[in-house]
Ligand binder design. Structure first.
Ligand SMILES: Cc1ncc(C[n+]2csc(CCOP(=O)(O)OP(=O)(O)O)c2C)c(N)n1
Ligand SMILES: [Mg+2]
Length: 333
């Protein structure tokens, strides 16, 4: 990975930096709490945490504008929080309660928000990629200037439907940013064992889609690359690929024994490349915040996360007759 850059880029203010810190910390603390609730048996089924990858989604949200869309895989809680969805509704959905975004019927991998233009939450690897191009097709058709961020993993990048999508997206010049979140592993398979070249950003070359590799542990690098990609899409030039190199600290899901990598590898990343510590250092070194300011933010975030856990625990389980609702789309009028 490229060396860490510690100087704020010119288009980012101290307020922006503080916002990135807050947004990344919210994801980190929320995910830690979700891990705890899972351990207590309050969350069932699959639960894929985003810890370590926070700078990816926060950096890209900083490049987005109101009305832009996002769609992603099952590792989706961070994306929801970063686009402004309510932590209470997300945590309640994780615990399968009525107050959740899908009324407790979807769980971790199946939440949506029309209001925040968040289109899920998809459990089938790469299935969201053609759907993301479809969202962008609608925007192009309506000529509304919007862009869709379509996130998928390094493992998903080897799926056939990704390339059918690349072809159509390029042919029709769809305003879609394909975001490959390269966290180095697909479940327990390291990228070097599954993938012919580490340069996933070149995978659009055959279709005339430009791309770049980005340091995903540096929120400013992500924001800058996001700006470039969005500008390209909004100018009507078609799709853009961002290969964002990042790392997940926790297992693939909560039931991962993690035998495919060493503890030392994870520890080294945490100590040397943590994306939140990076922003923290920039804030302190640039005198944009004091230790006390940061402590106050930490406290505030902890309160938000604890409140979401309380909300989730207190919300009732869905009534049985809810099984028969939300099955078919309402008839269009
Ligand atoms: C079509 C399909 N095949 C296999 C699976 C099982 N599966 C779930 S996640 C995953 C690995 C995907 O890795 P990657 O795309 O790198 O995303 P990450 O989990 O690292 O975020 C696999 C094989 C699935 N959900 N869907
Ligand atoms: Mg992966």
């Amino acid at each position: 990975m490229a060396a860490r850059k510690t100087t704020p880029k010119p288009n980012v203010s101290a307020d922006d930096l503080r916002k990135y810190y807050r947004d990344m910390l919210l994801i980190r603390r929320f995910e830690e709490k979700a891990g705890q609730l899972y351990g207590m048996g309050l969350i069932g089924g699959f639960c894929h945490l985003y810890i370590g990858q926070e700078a990816v989604v926060v950096g890209l949200e900083a490049a987005a504008e109101e009305g832009d869309k996002r769609i992603t895989s099952y590792r989706d809680h961070g994306h929801m929080l970063a686009c402004g969805m309510d932590p209470n509704g997300v945590m309640a959905e994780l615990t399968g309660r009525e107050g959740g975004y899908s009324k407790g019927k979807g769980g971790s991998m199946h939440m949506f928000s029309k209001e925040k233009h968040f289109y899920g939450g998809h459990g089938i690897v790469a299935a969201q990629v053609p759907l993301g191009a479809g969202l962008a097709f609608a925007d192009k058709y309506q000529d509304n200037g919007r862009v869709t961020f379509t996130y998928f993993g390094d493992g998903a990048a080897n799926q056939g439907q990704v390339y059918e999508t690349f072809n159509m997206a390029s042919l029709w010049k769809l305003p879609v940013v394909f975001v490959i979140e390269n966290n180095q592993y697909a479940m327990g398979t390291a990228m070097a064992r599954s993938t012919s070249t580490p340069d996933l950003y070149t995978r659009g070359a055959a279709f005339g889609i430009p791309g770049e590799a980005v340091d995903g542990m540096d929120v400013l690098a992500v924001k800058q690359a996001g700006d470039t990609a969005v500008k390209h899409c909004r100018a009507g030039k078609g799709p853009y690929i961002l290969q964002i190199n990042t790392y997940r600290y926790r297992g693939h899901s909560m039931s991962d024994p993690a035998k495919y990598r060493t503890r030392e590898e994870v520890q080294k990343m945490r100590e040397e490349r943590d994306p939140i510590d990076h922003v923290r250092d920039m804030l302190l070194q640039g005198k944009h915040a004091t230790e006390d300011d940061l402590k106050a933010i930490d406290k505030e975030i902890k309160a938000v996360v604890n409140a979401s856990a309380d909300f989730a625990k207190e919300s009732p389980e869905p009534a049985l007759d809810e099984l028969w609702t939300d099955i078919y789309a309402e008839e269009a009028v």
